[in-house]
Design a protein around this ligand. Structure first.
Ligand code: ATP
Ligand code: MG
Length: 315
């Protein structure tokens, strides 16, 4: 008996670069270049890395917004890499996405009732009245009053709009939500609110999340397992404990040391640690990437923990 919901095998998304007079493909951006991971039922999987590392592309490939160049997506034991099979399996109903920027991802010309109603419309046959009742209930779940129904996105704050995005994503009773930087555009206090809602909804619906963020500080409170991404590859994957308490890859250590600290008392200590990690990074980079700057394949350190080491860690 396994709790596996979604399995990603050797996923690749390469974007062609065209140039010259004939607009020929001259090279590729290796946005996602061979990643493997498993999202378990009811759990949150964190995907962390700096800008341009391939996080959004991975998320979009999973929900079907981006074409895969290679690899496999397996949902409930079924290969759903092909579009036709996704359709048959109701995959597009089961797997939804929340975007970072709700101002551009929510249609500004539509009222909230139509925005949240749209996925319901697409996947369920309900009367207008039933649909309205359902949208009201969804608004209630994310803590929004029902007079929001007939308003437009610009009439809400960023935090409220993100909640509307959450309501729309859960409208089809999905099994998995890909949340791409869902709180990055929000103030710290509002971030916490939205994250708490996401957690509550997760418990209520038994949802899984793929939680994408550039911030290891945010991910810590949300995720059971985490992958650290760099240039389209994973440098390290592990449980929350593996990543936060036993990081092995210099890139992971660097991301960890960059988390802002609020405790003034340990500030000097933290600065010192940060300098040490930076020095190690500058001096030992070549031990962590091959001659082309590519991340090595992952080596298994424990059942949960894997790190990209040169020669599999053999010195
Ligand atoms: N449609 C596209 N065509 C060509 N290259 C693209 C396209 N979309 C993304 N890329 C490139 O792929 C790489 C990964 O982009 P992606 O958006 O997945 O990064 P990200 O980790 O989500 O970054 P961010 O934190 O800034 O959102 C980047 O180098 C980006 O420039
Ligand atoms: Mg992104």
């Amino acid at each position: 008996m396994t709790d596996e919901l979604l399995r990603i095998e050797d996923l690749k998304v390469h974007y062609p670069i065209r140039s010259g007079f004939f607009n020929r493909v001259t090279d590729f951006v290796y946005a996602v270049d061979g990643v493997d991971f498993i999202i378990e039922k009811g759990k949150t999987y964190g995907l962390v890395g700096e800008s341009g590392s391939g996080k959004s592309t991975t998320g979009k490939a999973i929900v079907g917004l981006e074409k895969t160049t290679g690899g496999k997506i397996v949902y409930n034991g079924q290969d759903v890499t092909k579009k036709s099979i996704r359709h048959k399996m109701n995959y597009n109903k089961d797997v939804q996405m929340i975007f970072q920027d709700s101002m551009s991802s929510l249609n500004p010309k539509k009222r909230i009732i139509d925005i949240i109603g749209e996925p319901i419309h697409n996947f369920e046959r309900l009367s207008d009245q039933e649909e309205k009742t359902k949208v009201k209930r969804l608004l209630d779940i994310v803590g929004m009053p029902s007079d929001a129904l007939y308003k437009y996105p610009h009439e809400f704050s960023g935090g409220q709009r993100q909640r509307i995005g959450v309501a729309r994503a859960v409208a089809t009773n999905p099994k998995l939500i890909v949340a791409d930087e869902p709180v990055s555009a929000l103030d710290l206090s509002v971030q916490a609110q939205v994250l708490n809602f996401m957690k509550q909804i997760q418990q209520e619906f038994g949802l899984s999340y793929l939680f994408i963020s550039h911030d290891l500080g945010v991910v810590k409170h949300m995720c059971d397992n985490i992958a650290i991404m760099y240039k389209g590859r994973f440098v390290e994957i592990g449980s929350r404990d593996d990543i936060y308490n036993h990081p092995q890859h210099i890139y992971t250590k660097r991301l960890l040391s960059a988390i802002p600290r609020i405790d003034v008392e340990h500030r000097d200590e933290h600065m010192e640690k940060r300098r040490e990690v930076e020095k190690e990074y500058q001096e030992h980079q070549k031990d962590y990437y091959d001659e082309n700057g590519r991340v090595f394949d992952l080596t298994k350190l424990s059942p949960t923990h894997q790190v990209a080491l040169k020669n599999g860690g053999v010195k």
